[in-house]
Design a protein around this ligand. Structure first.
Ligand code: ISE
Length: 336
């Protein structure tokens, strides 16, 4: 029987997920879309056979909803997650799990008390073929011990209201997760510096910035976060080991030589760059959720908490100009 999915949040990401579930995910069916903006909910549900609801808790409580996707803003995730955990249904929650480490820890504790892995966090890079290959390569030891990661995370432009803090919470949160996942190490400290801002940056936004991440295993990671780079969406990562380096995300698609020039296209946003990763993430989630569980390849609630703790240190480092250590609770056996 198909997994009957309820979706909460019908913004840019939620609407994309509604189409994804309807058009590309097998053994799953969208049955309800909840958004306080009823019109937006109806638009996302249109053509999928799902009904639109204004109250997200109606979706969580509905007897025909077997599993939940949360794609609403991070600030409202906690009560939705707690309600889904209480009902005991699997949840794929878009990043961030919650906006701060205290509330993320409450989600972790609620899930542990329920005694069942139900929550996975939408860090989709874990399903990107290039990232997966890089992780496998690092795991073989062929490059020797990892020493450095050089990362660049570029967006074409920011939506209105995007702040310098959001560059950490919304954007660099992905590098916090990929660093932990690629290296199997925790993040110990974060520092943030910046050059003079680009003329293309909206008033008040410090863009670009350079975030330096230290890990518990002694690896140093530099992240260029540049969210008004103009030319498109680009996510690169170069791992430097004792015996070699590996670079992903430098280019994509065919390299064309034509009319005395060579080059290729640059994706324009994350739905394009990571579309295949999202599809893979959702297909695997649907498969696991039909059995009432989560996908072991995905980020779990603990990973969501650890990323939130790193973001907190990042925002503090940005505000104070100081290297800031990450404070992390002890990891419960439940998440080992
Ligand atoms: C957005 O929320 C994402 O998750 C994108 O992957 C990231 O590149 C962007 O900066 C965020 O705002």
């Amino acid at each position: 029987q198909d997994l009957r999915v309820g979706l909460i949040g019908a913004g840019k990401m939620g609407a994309d997920h509604a189409r994804r579930i309807h058009e590309r995910i097998s053994n799953a069916r969208l049955v309800a879309v909840g958004d306080p903006d009823g019109e937006r909910a109806a638009q996302a549900a249109a053509g999928t056979g799902a009904r639109a609801e204004q109250d997200p808790f109606e979706v969580i409580g509905a007897s025909d909803v077997d599993a939940l996707v949360i794609a609403s803003p991070g600030a409202v995730h906690e009560p939705l997650l707690l309600a889904a955990i209480e009902r005991g249904i699997p949840v794929l929650c878009e990043k961030p799990l919650t906006p701060d480490s205290k509330s993320s820890l409450r989600v972790v504790e609620a899930e542990e008390a329920r005694g069942k892995h139900l929550v996975q966090v939408g860090f989709m890079r874990r399903f990107d073929p290039e990232y997966v290959e890089l992780k496998q390569l690092l795991g073989t030891g062929d490059l020797g011990r990892a020493l450095l990661l050089h990362c660049a995370h570029r967006n074409a432009e920011t939506p209105p209201g995007f702040t310098s803090q959001m560059m950490i919470y919304d954007s660099v949160v992905h590098e916090f997760d990929t660093t932990r996942w690629l290296l199997d190490q925790e993040i110990s400290a974060v520092s943030v510096r910046w050059p003079h801002s680009s003329g293309a940056a909206p008033e008040g936004l410090l863009d670009p910035q350079v975030v330096t991440i230290e890990t518990t295993g002694g690896v140093l990671v530099d992240v260029e976060i540049f969210v008004n780079c103009g030319f498109g969406y680009q996510v690169r990562c170069e791992a430097v080991g004792e015996r070699g380096t590996a670079l992903i995300g430098a280019s994509r698609g065919p390299l064309v030589h034509q009319s005395a020039r060579w080059g290729g296209a640059v994706p324009q946003d994350f739905r394009d760059r990571f579309g295949a990763a999202f599809d893979q993430e959702f297909q695997r989630w649907a498969h696991a959720a039909r059995r009432g569980s989560t996908d072991p390849a995905a980020a779990d609630a603990w990973d969501g908490y650890a990323a939130a703790a790193a973001c907190e240190a990042g925002v503090q480092a940005q505000a104070t100009g100081q290297r800031t250590e990450v404070e992390l609770a002890d990891r419960p056996d439940f998440y080992s």
